[in-house]
Design a protein around this ligand. Sequence first.
Ligand code: B12
Length: 303
Amino acid sequence: METQHSTDSVSNIAAVERDTGLSKDTLRVWERRYGFPVPLRDANGDRLYPSAQVEKLRLIRRLIDQGKRPAKVIGASTEELLALIGDMPDSSAAATANHSMLQYVRLHRSAELAAALRQALLKQGLQRFAAETVAPLNEAIGEAWMRGEIDVSEEHLYTEQVQNVLRGAIGAHIGAGTRPRVLLTTFPDEEHVLGLLMVEATLVAEGAHCLSLGTRTPLPDLRSAAVDGGFDVVGLSFSAAYPSRQAIDDLLQLRAMLPASIAMWAGGSAVKGKGKRLPDIRVVDSLADCVTALAEWRVAHLG
Ligand code: B12
């Protein structure tokens, strides 16, 4: 509902939520906690937001999608916010795309989300899509969940759509790959699957032969699948939710169970930088490092 108040058009809280993607609760909390926004009130006492404030909220939303904390930017003027956005690395197009994808998750518009993901994949190709679209989106979704702006069902909605698009693209390469033969999975307590899919996308694009068992494979079954399947590498993913101590113990246990001829690669936030405590296990810190680990393996085994 747009009404004329002085020269500035105003919007009610529902319209601002739709426009900025900031929930009504967040708008009210910020008003109390930071003194911004400062809505007017209509005859019924309902909040009305002048368009200048809505524009500022849009800019603040974009900076938050880039990882900025609300407290850090909410006091800035519109000019300062624009300058901050201007300083953002040339990811404005990506940021805008991510912003709208986050919107689709919030509004349960899965068809538009899937279409936007497919569009990005088309533009970027499999490897860049995983690294430059899915990785930052994971962060943004995780942050939005942490701020209570999305709930677990929306995390699932997001995961399913990303999974469909990545699986579809990877599926086109099934069986085409050569060496190494890489078996991908997670341990029983890890249900985050996107890390695995991003790795598979990266490796398949490099011509590796990958087989994913999905998440939660018990160690003895993983051992027999790796040995009986003649795999060269077992790759395991550990999200930030997985206790690092447990990851190290479980990885060392599997290392002792697997023949030395099968390499082990471990990745994800929970094991990042933990290489020193994991002898004979290659900790891979990023998708780019994944390509390096692959090249190292080929040099060592295929000369
Ligand atoms: C989607 C999601 C969910 C979905 C998962 C759906 C599914 N089936 O996959 C659901 C809703 C189920 C979920 C549940 C939970 N989640 Co969750 N989740 C996420 C989210 C948004 C994306 C997950 C993901 O797959 N990320 C990809 C991860 C694995 O990749 P990465 O660690 O960044 O690793 C990078 C590289 O290292 C490399 N890599 C990764 N793995 C590997 C493996 C190999 C071999 C190699 C070479 C490279 C490699 O690729 C990645 C590229 O970016 C993350 C946010 C985030 N930032 O990740 C939160 C997040 C991981 N979850 C979190 C939490 C807390 C949980 C729950 C405990 C919440 C709860 N109380 O229920 C549960 C735990 C479930 C469990 N037992 O595992 C927190 C963890 C925070 C912490 N420090 O503990 C996060 C970080 C959100 C947040 N910001 O707080 N989650």
